[in-house]
Ligand binder design. Structure first.
Ligand SMILES: [Zn+2]
Length: 146
């Protein structure tokens, strides 16, 4: 029998699902979404769900407003470059307002505990939404191929 995942591992799995969901939600009818920090347009499958507040903070790890499409560069190698952080901060302030961004910075330090049931519900909710959105794209591609 497979070893039961720890709750931390379950939260990680939920974050991976949410990172996929935000890209699907942001994608246009052709499946493309824009990197929020450099503006490059990439297919959702080739972009990433980048956290504004680092993933290492559980409090904001599976908060939808904390995750947005980013290109591999901005979410990876360039992430240590201060300009990416500045661009993401400006995007967050323009989208949600300064107060919300300050609030995220404040709540990231507050320990957040989930129960197994809570995480299971959250994962199910994300999976259901992903299924619907992915289904829409699959249908669009099917129509194009006809
Ligand atoms: Zn980028």
């Amino acid at each position: 029998m497979a070893k039961k995942k720890t709750i931390a591992q379950e939260v990680d799995a939920a974050a991976v699902l949410l990172q996929k969901l935000v890209r699907l939600k942001a994608a246009d009818e052709n499946g493309y979404c824009q990197c929020v920090t450099c503006g490059v347009s990439k297919h959702w499958k080739e972009s990433q769900g980048g956290h504004f507040i680092s993933r290492r903070y559980t409090a904001t790890k599976i908060l939808e407003e904390n995750i947005h499409p980013q290109c591999y560069g901005c979410n990876g190698p360039k992430a240590k470059d201060g300009t990416v952080t500045i661009a993401y901060t400006l995007f967050m302030q323009d989208t949600y307002g300064r107060e919300f961004v300050d609030e995220l910075q404040r709540i990231k330090h507050i320990p957040k505990k989930y129960t197994r049931d809570e995480i299971a519900d959250i994962k199910k909710e994300y999976r259901d939404q992903i299924k619907i959105l992915e289904g829409g794209f699959a249908f669009g591609e099917f129509m194009e191929g006809m």
